[in-house]
Write a protein that binds this ligand. Structure first.
Ligand code: DC
Length: 223
């Protein structure tokens, strides 16, 4: 199977780009952030103390996460409930980043992520895909943009959904999340040695998609 790993900080456009690349190459898109978000939703709903690794670890034993596809869109199933429409809030995203530092959370999702990648040609996005989940991925991309640009895109996206937000607050949130994701002990966000670095601050979506496809074509010939 061919695996493309896309890592990068919050709001770098990973999911938008990965979906388009998946379409073009007829690959399956796997959004690993959604899995961490579904686990975070469980913690929030059940009042689990997310400051405590022990409490979060115990809660992990009551969680079952599976992935299905409807019209090619990934659906996240949490204990038999499709929660895909409930995990896109800032609260869930920030809680996901918090619990993602704990070993039981990461171990639980690692197996599921690897299983998906052996069954299909996948383009998988997250924070540790090229470094930890799929170290043998044939193509690896590290996608980033300045925090200001990422905040600007996020505000625009929220506006399209009818939600007003303050750009400085959104940027502060993004910086905090980056810090958390880059400085944790297990599988922190970092560029894999063999990943292609793409700063998309001044690139259009089409340009980024084209750059990844061209990297894929190079890697396909060489590997
Ligand atoms: O990409 P996202 O915003 O949906 O991810 C939410 C959080 O989940 C992110 O801040 C950190 C965590 N995460 C992770 O630790 N490893 C991944 N592969 C994907 C997400």
């Amino acid at each position: 199977m061919y695996n493309i790993a896309i890592d990068g900080p919050a709001g770098a456009g990973k999911s938008t780009i990965a979906k388009l690349v998946a379409e073009e190459l007829s690959f399956v898109y796997v959004d690993t952030g959604a899995m961490f978000r579904a686990m975070a939703l469980y913690m929030l709903r059940n009042g689990v103390n997310v400051e405590s690794e022990e409490d979060v670890g115990k809660a992990c034993n009551s969680i079952d996460i599976t992935i299905t596809y409807a019209d090619k869109e990934q659906q996240v199933i949490l204990n038999n409930e499709n929660v895909s429409g409930l995990i896109r809030t800032e609260e869930v995203g920030n809680t996901a980043s918090k619990i993602a530092v704990y070993a039981p959370v990461r171990t639980k999702l690692l197996e599921l992520q690897r299983e998906l990648a052996v069954k299909e040609n996948v383009i998988m996005d997250g924070r540790d895909i090229g470094t930890a989940v799929l170290p043998n991925a044939q193509t690896k991309i590290y996608l980033t943009a300045s925090s200001k640009e990422r905040a600007r895109r996020r505000v625009e996206q929220l506006e399209q959904n009818g939600i007003k937000s303050n750009i400085d607050e959104v940027e502060a949130d993004i910086i905090k999340r980056d810090e958390q994701d880059m400085n944790r002990k297990i599988a922190p966000l970092r560029q894999a040695d063999d990943a292609k670095y793409l700063d998309t601050s001044d690139m259009s979506v089409q340009e980024v998609v084209a750059a990844i496809i061209s990297q894929y074509n190079i890697d396909k010939q060489n590997k």
